[in-house]
Design a protein around this ligand. Sequence first.
Ligand code: ALA
Length: 574
Amino acid sequence: MITSSELRHRYLSFFINRGHVAIPSASLVPTNDPSVLFTTAGMHPLVPYLLGAPHPSGVRLANVQKCVRTGDIDEIGDDTHLTFFEMLGNWSLGDYGRDEAIRWSFDFLTARDGLELPIDRIGVTCFAGDDEVARDHESIQTWQALGVPRERIQLLGRDDNWWGPAGETGPCGPDTEIFYWLGELPPPVVLDVRDRRWVEIWNNVFMGYTKTSIATIEPLDRMNVDTGMGLERTVMAINGLASVYEVDTVAPLVRALREHIPDGHEREIRIIADHVRTACFVISDGVAPSNKDRGYIVRRLLRRSLEWYRSVITALVDSLGDVYPELGRDPASLVRTIEDEIRRFDRTLEQGLKRLGRTKHLDGKTAFDLLQTYGFPFELTLEIAEASGHHIDRDSFTAERDRHRERSRGAGSFAGGLADHSVEIVRYHTLTHLLQAALREVLGLHVIQRGSNITRDRLRFDFPHDGAPSDAQVVRVEELVNSWLARPLVVDCSTMTEPEARALGAIGAFGERYGEIVSIYTIADSETGEVVSREFCAGPHVRSVRDDIVGRFRIVREQGIAAGIRRIKAALDP
Ligand code: ALA
């Protein structure tokens, strides 16, 4: 039996031995990219480097990346799909091409320092070619030279053998996918991917193109290789397991559930295990359940599972908490976030139902108001309305929602975004760092910026904390910041790599910037050298705290905005 941990280890060692540098997994929440909600593949955080920016760790990289894909949500519960999965990947950033990439994939699967899988259970697909991009002859020849018979090489078009871009534009290219036969032996002579017993385990993408608009694909001036091997599927394949739910990182969750759920509900068990697992990983990367975007996905996943989650979380943390420490850091707060969400949903249902009961005229606008005010899901309003003989017009609901979106877009432009470097804005930037340092001192090191917004008149700062801080704690934070304003503190900016910054104890949303050069702002006492704050940040900041920030720091408001998330608004009084 090869465990997940052994596979991660063998994979990384194999590629390290071939000149690759192992980089850590990026966060599931992509930075600076509104086009995708989650990191869906290992290449996603690497897009700038695939397009030509130099990566500090070099041109050959390998990693194990956390991924979330909700597109396949209806297939969850079958033998091979999971919404959260780990992806093993190796990259060439303009370095090696098809030949090495395919050879190494083949060697890793079949050779002694790899997995020693039998060649006769392997089949591959290659890009058949179309009007725009030629057939991938080189890949076909390379596979054949390695001993894969022509009948086991299936040629497919754009829909199957083309990968990317991750968003609407970006790097992409033809790919070759590796399948493993999981049915009875001997395997069929010819590969046919429609037969579900051929399971895709690995994909090699030859990213020699970039999509620049809906209709345009342009060749890049270099060839990148992006590979992705599904960890759970591969562990399943190597060990001949019946499904990914039997893999050592998922099986404990399923076992925990089986103790509570009667026999005959295998599919439900799998769905709950999958959804709770994904929700926990997404929450651990800083997303709270909400009615929007990522938060809404978490909400949906949890609502689909709802009960039995407690035992699943314990099993999850036990099985993956050592590999991904952010998951194991605070299991109690994971449980609390989820329980709060369930209570909130119960309340939502109760309020929404009451309001629905009072409503005589049910139309699209009412349905939208219910969603806006109580987070009451439209589908549910629809169901209730139909059950009581009302009919709600979907279009009128959509029209109301679009009108609302237009209105909020109009109101959304504000002065003082990041581009505004006015004196006031810069002051509040520095004050935000001091506030975070003070909160960490008074409330604890779990305080970390979750959101921030600055205008010329105030700062706003969101952070995780359970329950409201006491009045005394709020006063203490205020006093601490004011005491710092009176000291000879200077702000210094220096650049370094992310591991160096971490080693210095810098905090901040490094997430996806592994290895990259980051700027670190340090606020320290110029006389004693004592460091008050050290944060990763893009700036800008004041130079001298005492000279440049004159006034009294005041916390105007402290409130909870979501389960386990607090918000502070603060201003500088003259
Ligand atoms: N980016 C490729 C995939 O996810 C490797 O399949």
